[in-house]
Design a protein around this ligand. Sequence first.
Ligand code: PLP
Length: 405
Amino acid sequence: MKTYNKSHKLDHVCYDIRGPVMDEANRMIAAGEEILKLNIGNPAPFGFRAPQAVIDAIASQLQDTEGYSDSRGLTSARKAILEYAKQKNLPNVTLDDIYTGNGVSELITLSMQGLLDEGDEVLVPSPDYPLWTASVTLAGGTAVHYMCDEQAGWFPDIQDMRSKVTDRTKGIVVINPNNPTGALYPKELLEEIVQIAREHDLILFADEIYDRLVMDGEEHIALASLAPDLLTVSFNGLSKSHLLAGYRCGWMCLAGRKDHVQGYIEGINLLSSMRLCSNVPAQSLIPAALADQESTKEMLVPGGRIYEQREFITNALNEIPGISAVKPKAAFYIFPKVDSKRFNITDDETFVLDFLKEKRILLTAGSGFHWEQPDHFRIVYLPEISVLKESCERMADFLATYQQA
Ligand code: PLP
């Protein structure tokens, strides 16, 4: 009998939402144990609901079923995205530069497949949202990680980024606001990144899916707005800001200069046509969602759920002996440091696994985000404060005696 294996293209893809921790979590669930999942940025299970205007739009769209749309997306959706792109000062974007996708995820993969050949390099942050490294790798390229510096509020280390550019570098990925750190980058820092891209003719990839989830009165600056002379591929969507993760609704805008990237755009158009189009009912929600940005803002100010949960988790974690955490400015993630010497941690996945087995809470190890030291983990702080409190108590209790074998 012939045996079948996964494609060799996947051999070097590291995408850590599987492995021993997930296997154990699934085993525990199958055995009827209740575990608390603080491992995935999915708002719906924690009682977050899409804004009413979007729910109304869903109901009315069901009457008008359409077939496939234009492969880039419905004109009505792309007009709303164009309007949003203008609000964010994205330069030189027309309707033809906008592509809707089944979530930002599909477009991240598509943008890498359309560009990379064997040996091409892309600078990706460490820690990263791991789909970026996986997509670069799957497209045949090499993800070269630049460091983000915890001591500097998790901002990218510009010297490190600069030192990692080679003749083979094609682009720089910037995830701002950041998953997993919750950092929001200031304009001066973004300008320094743009300058590196400018000096080396690189394409910028700006993953800005959390741009509407910013706290403390700060403003998100779109990377493309600082680089009219370069191509920026900028990514956004409704999974997080409008709590519509399951609808699979994202988009990508090609902003800035394009005369030198016509071949790449041809590749993107080809790949976009090959998937026919993205989910049309999801696209049809974009105008209503982007017209309603107030519902999102309510969660992010004092008294709002995300804001209050952020305050709570940051303080509670920092009170646990052996844990320290930089306060996030945006999104709903925190990336605490665990004192690996104190607990003899040499493998962060084992740490997360031991915690899961003993305290029935599922976290993600830092290595899942291409963080090399075994001394970080990520918490999604979407659950209510009472649940976060219970989680931190269990963590404190666990660490009171933990020593990795
Ligand atoms: N980019 C970042 C930084 C994310 O954190 C996520 C999801 O967690 C995505 C992209 C994917 O989002 P989507 O649901 O639009 O595929």
